[in-house]
Design a protein around this ligand. Structure first.
Ligand code: NAG
Ligand code: NAG
Ligand code: NAG
Ligand code: NAG
Length: 363
């Protein structure tokens, strides 16, 4: 199935590959993946079909091109560990390396290169420069999670670029709905998961009442008709991103939120609703898991009291991960929902990186 799936160098379609620097060499890649999954016929099914009988499901059998930015240390000898970075909803791979000079130091990819770790930041199916199905109801967690797992399997068997050997260890790092995607993959892949460890940022157990209402993310074609006027209304985007930052405006650069809004993308409404799958048990995934959330996260922590007692939160979250090697949870003081984009990002990067070293047996 993956035999033909060779990564190819793109002609320079994105002229600026954010993280490239003296210590980091970054290249855009495209990885074709074949996905053959069952999705709920009802795209608003919050459990993504996991609780459905066969008559409520339909098959999606398709091949998608997954776009990503692969970054490799130039100075430090690269370790045989790959971090697969998965953005959240209405973001793209640029979440991991903001594409402007002023915010060059907010690049987790560059931060990782300085510590000897390679990364591949992908765009989800339907998002950024990856294939976008015409019908947004094809973009559900079963589809997007299978595509990311296929990318990881691919990187364990085939060289991503000439001269780069396949990776023995792959750690998935998600942000928000990207953590939900990896969580869904851990449920369905179980012990066969290609991920040796998962670092799930900005994602706590969600139910449909915890997920933002649809009014917060209207159809993208209504928000920006010039850019998205022809898209299926099941593709949505944000009108304001302030909930994704700490409430205290002294905690982030006002120019970051402008850039963030300017570079926003779309996501499917199904993948927003299916964040509820983070409330289901993960019976068989056997790798190591860490959750990282910001104390000032306005979606999960602020006003709920939920993040005050870290031990209680760790127990409540960890109980769902029934077969894991380890489960840890960190609440980062000061950080908001977009942990990479505020003034506390450096502490967030150090935390991700420490878990990567631990999960790959380096410390
Ligand atoms: C299957 O699920 C559908 C929709 O949820 C429901 O209407 C139907 O009764 C179920 N069928 C069986 C055999 O459980
Ligand atoms: C980047 O540098 C600016 C200015 O020195 C600083 O305020 C910000 O916190 C830094 N960000 C990271 C992620 O290190
Ligand atoms: C999208 O696909 C679903 C399932 O095949 C179908 O019911 C729906 O009509 C399609 N929507 C559009 C706009 O084609
Ligand atoms: C859903 O989540 C909210 C907020 O976290 C919580 O207060 C509520 O009890 C949850 N409801 C159910 C049914 O789990």
């Amino acid at each position: 199935m993956l035999l033909y799936a060779l990564a190819v160098l793109l002609p320079l379609s994105r002229l600026y590959v954010g993280a490239s620097s003296a210590s980091c060499a970054c290249s855009p890649v495209i990885i074709p993946v074949h996905v053959d999954v069952l999705v709920p016929k009802d795209p608003t099914d919050v459990f993504g079909g996991l609780k459905s009988n066969a008559s409520a499901l339909r098959r999606v059998d398709d091949t998608y091109n997954i776009y990503g930015v692969f970054c490799e240390p130039r100075i430090m000898a690269p370790k045989n560990v790959l971090q697969l970075l998965v953005h959240g909803i209405t973001y793209t791979s640029e979440y991991w390396s903001p594409p402007v000079e002023e915010f060059r130091n907010y690049s987790y990819a560059a931060f990782s290169c300085d510590r000897g770790h390679s990364s591949l930041a992908v765009d989800w199916v339907g998002v950024g420069l990856s294939s976008r199905p015409t019908n947004a109801s094809d973009v559900q967690y079963p589809t997007v999670a299978a595509a990311v797992s296929q990318v990881a399997r691919h990187l364990k068997t085939i060289s991503i670029l000439p001269g780069v050997v396949p990776f023995n260890t792959i750690i998935g790092i998600g942000h928000s709905a990207g953590s939900g995607l990896l969580n869904f993959g851990a449920i369905v892949d179980g012990a066969q998961s290609p991920f040796d460890g998962l670092i799930l940022t900005a994602s706590l157990i969600s139910n449909s009442s915890a997920v933002p209402p649809i009014s917060v993310v209207p159809p993208a074609r209504d928000v920006d008709p010039l850019r998205w006027g022809t898209l299926d209304p099941g593709y949505v985007t944000t009108t304001s991103r302030s909930l994704l930052y700490p409430a205290d405006p002294a905690s982030f650069s006002p120019r970051m939120i402008i850039l963030d809004d300017f570079t926003k993308d779309v996501g499917s409404v199904s993948t927003l609703l299916q964040m509820s799958t983070t409330s289901l048990p993960v019976p068989q995934y056997a790798g190591a898991v860490a959750k990282i959330v910001g104390s000032e996260d306005q979606i999960y922590c602020m006003g709920t009291g939920r993040c005050d007692d870290v031990a209680a939160l760790t127990t409540a979250e960890g109980v769902l991960w029934q077969a894991v090697q380890s489960f840890e949870l960190t609440v980062l003081p000061g950080s908001g929902h977009d942990l990479n984009l505020d003034f506390f990002a450096d502490a967030a990067f150090r935390t991700y990186s420490a878990f990567v070293s631990k999960f790959s047996g380096e410390i």
